[in-house]
Design a binder for this molecule. Sequence first.
Ligand SMILES: N[C@@H](CCC(=O)N[C@@H](CS)C(=O)NCC(=O)O)C(=O)O
Length: 121
Amino acid sequence: MIVKGLRNGLGQLIIFADWLTRPKPLQRTAEQQAEVDAATAHLALYQFNACPFCVKVRRAIHAFNLKIELRDAKNNQQFRQELEQQGGRIKVPCLRIEEDGEVRWMYESNDIIAYLQERFA
Ligand SMILES: N[C@@H](CCC(=O)N[C@@H](CS)C(=O)NCC(=O)O)C(=O)O
């Protein structure tokens, strides 16, 4: 009970610190942004709100100015099931990547950030 409370408190603190210190988003021309938006429509991030690894990825998404759908795998049972059955396990963050009709599930926050950086930054 106490551990759960501490963990929740720490999670909220991380979210607040993230909000306070968010970097300025990358600026693009309208055409470039439209191209990036079309590409990111094929991505979705399965995540928990207060998970520090997810906060790290959300910060990168914000910094690279990306519109990536966030899917709450803690509270939304459908997303949770998709992550477990199609991704292979309940571990977040996980990026669902749809490319040429194929779906790939990328775990590990550092790998996700490196992938986003390589494609969009
Ligand atoms: N090395 C991973 C760590 C991710 C991680 O530990 N996520 C936790 C939430 S903060 C999780 O999904 N735990 C559930 C589990 O491992 O079953 C990363 O950087 O993405």
